[in-house]
Design a protein around this ligand. Structure first.
Ligand SMILES: [Zn+2]
Length: 210
């Protein structure tokens, strides 16, 4: 099962990817993880990615494509994969199409107001990267894992959220058109389990057909 997962930050995309990965036995592949992995491995491609990452530059499409090609050849992708955060543009989708056929695209949608509510209370640990939520019960302002004082990313402030969501929509709309009937749209307004239930049903049917 070859899947693409689309969803803005705060939409519950990460949680959804983990649930699908566990139930359908396919790896969750994010470009960030993929780049870190190959940078660690070294080699010509690894070194190139490493220096791009260190300079803070965006990894160009051609290199992303090469890295993805190698990643999808690995044994754990035999039964399929979930692409998380890729493609983000029509050009990337067209590249991916040359590599493999995607079975389905899950697009997670959440009304802006709710997305904003989730993100404005998000707090991050500067030391270990753990994410907490200031609206949760038992929130102390310090990291649950290492005790460091948590902070709010500028990205998670209301005005930045609005701008980010607009960028996201602009990026994703052509992708939704590109994948057409393969797209399943799901609202994540409910709990993570409520959001996942129709996706699980959809994917089970898809798996049975294959
Ligand atoms: Zn921490």
């Amino acid at each position: 099962m070859k899947l693409i997962l689309l969803g803005a930050a705060g939409s519950g995309k990460g949680t959804m990817a983990k649930k699908i990965a566990a139930d359908f036995n396919v790896p969750q592949i994010s470009t960030g993880d993929m780049f870190r992995e190959i940078a660690k491995k070294g080699g010509e491609l690894g070194e190139k990615v490493k220096s791009l990452m260190e300079s803070g530059a965006l990894v160009p499409n051609e290199i992303t494509f090469e890295v993805l090609k190698q990643r999808l050849k690995q044994k754990d992708c035999k039964k399929g994969f979930i692409l998380d955060g890729f493609p983000r543009s029509l050009a990337q989708a067209e590249m991916l199409q040359k590599l493999t056929d995607i079975d389905a695209v899950i697009s997670i949608e959440l009304p802006f107001k709710q997305l904003e509510q989730r993100l404005v209370s998000r707090r991050i640990c500067p030391k270990c990267g753990d994410i907490d939520n200031a609206s949760y019960q038992g929130y102390t302002g310090n990291c649950r894992k290492c005790g460091t004082k948590l902070f709010q990313r500028d990205d998670d402030k209301p005005e930045a959220i609005k701008a980010r969501l607009e960028v996201y929509k602009k990026d994703v709309t052509p992708l939704i058109d590109f994948y057409g009937e393969k797209v399943m749209t799901v609202s994540s307004a409910g709990s993570p389990d409520e959001t996942y239930a129709p996706v699980k049903t959809f994917l089970s049917k898809l798996e049975a057909k294959a």
